[in-house]
Ligand binder design. Structure first.
Ligand SMILES: Cc1cc2nc3c(=O)[nH]c(=O)nc-3n(C[C@H](O)[C@H](O)[C@H](O)COP(=O)(O)OP(=O)(O)OC[C@H]3O[C@@H](n4cnc5c(N)ncnc54)[C@H](O)[C@@H]3O)c2cc1C
Length: 364
């Protein structure tokens, strides 16, 4: 049986493991962090296309159970006036990243897929016709192919192409937070997006009443950025944003990067999926969904096409245009942080959300 070494136990790594197992291979996942590597600060919405990808490998139900639906997105301007109300494609689920990691890892374990923690890839090469991954603890593993699911700062990407450029800073600093202040009523299935005068702000309310929010601002100094910076940026708007931030105890603040183009997605024995291949700024909320699509399409290609390099070639051909279009659109949406153009009309998003993967259909 073909043994696949999967580097990274995040969203793409876990689901690539499930998809390759379903394709009849033996996947083994190697995650750098000792525990889940769960970035507990942020939350995610898995869009309908991402949920479709999960369904293709029968992994959607745990995510449905752990998340809550997102059905509407309301856009306000800085005066608090509603400028749009867009229905979201049915099926989208919102959940904390740490919860998503947990349910995916539970599913990996339930399917009997090996996942090793504390294994940071530092090298990979072909030895006697097989690929050998070297880890920072001095150990190594051999397999028939290697999948780099190691995120935006991918080591695998640099091994495949040492000249691959570093991720691009988008110019945006992002804050996330949670508050239980009860004065911001919004139904649990609705998102509210606010184009503030100086920063963009979005929030939703979980079924238990906790408000989950994020804000995108022009670059702040991460060494000093704090809650008051975001309160100040939002204070002039006639919206609840500044009050929500003020009522939040702990903020998670980070800079946003993207990877607009990766020249080489693979060599003869190694291939990239998810953020390792292409990373979008968070504005479109699609990075995780695209990673899930990659995982399933790669497994289908490896199931249906031989030899392995031809399967990698076909996978890249199927995926590249779609993900590069998404990364470009996300960069445009987020540019200027607060000057979000009119939100895309639902009919302009069919190409994105209505993407379904039929697991049984052979890859042409
Ligand atoms: C602030 C923020 C908000 C976001 N919001 C959304 C959203 O709402 N919706 C959405 O769809 N997307 C969102 N995204 C994007 C989304 O998080 C990513 O697209 C998604 O996590 C990509 O999954 P991945 O598995 O490719 O990478 P990751 O989730 O980054 O997983 C990579 C894994 O590889 C491991 N790893 C790294 N290097 C090594 C190594 N050398 N050896 C072994 N393991 C390694 C890491 O520890 C990690 O577990 C957001 C991103 C950010 C930064």
């Amino acid at each position: 049986m073909t043994k696949a070494l999967i580097i990274g136990g995040g969203i793409a790594g876990a689901v690539t493991g499930m998809a390759l197992r379903r394709a009849g291979m033996t996947p083994v996942i190697y995650e750098a962090y000792a525990t889940g590597a769960d970035d507990i600060g942020a939350f995610l919405t898995i869009m309908r296309n991402g949920m479709n990808a999960l369904e293709a490998v029968g992994a959607h139900q745990p995510v449905i159970d752990a998340g809550f639906p997102a059905t509407n997105v309301e856009f306000l301007d800085k005066s608090g006036t509603r400028i749009h109300l867009n229905p979201m494609r049915s099926g989208a689920r919102t959940l904390k990243r740490s919860v998503l990691y947990r349910v995916l890892h539970d599913e990996v374990a339930r399917r009997g897929i090996e996942l090793h923690h504390g294994k940071r890839l530092v090298s990979a090469s072909v030895v006697d016709g097989r690929v050998r991954a070297g880890f920072d603890d001095g150990t190594s593993a051999d397999g028939d192919l290697l999948v780099g699911a190691d995120g935006i700062h991918s080591t695998t990407r640099s091994i495949i192409d040492p000249s691959a450029p570093a991720p691009r800073f988008t110019g945006l600093t992002i804050a996330y937070g949670y508050t239980r202040a009860t004065s911001f009523p919004l139904s649990a299935d609705a998102y509210r997006m606010i184009s503030g005068g100086r920063a963009f702000f979005g929030y939703t309310t979980a079924p238990d009443g906790e408000t989950w929010w994020f804000s995108r601002a022009p670059e702040l100094d991460l060494a000093t950025a704090n809650r008051q910076d975001f309160v100040d940026l939002l204070a002039d708007d006639n919206t609840p944003a500044a009050q929500i931030v003020r009522s939040t105890d702990d903020l998670f603040i980070t800079n946003a990067y993207d990877v607009p183009e990766t020249r080489l997605w693979h060599n003869d024995s190694m291939v990239l999926v998810g953020d390792a291949a292409h990373a979008a700024s968070p504005a479109a909320g699609q990075g995780a969904s695209m990673a899930l699509e990659d995982s399933v399409i790669l497994a289908k290609c490896l199931r249906d096409i031989t030899p392995v390099p031809a399967a990698f070639e076909r996978y890249t051909a199927i995926r590249r245009d779609r993900v590069e279009r998404l990364v470009a659109e996300s960069a445009a949406l987020g540019s200027g942080a607060n000057r979000r153009a009119a939100p895309p009309k639902p009919e302009e998003r069919h190409w994105l959300y209505d993407h379904a993967i039929d697991w049984a259909a052979p890859v042409a």
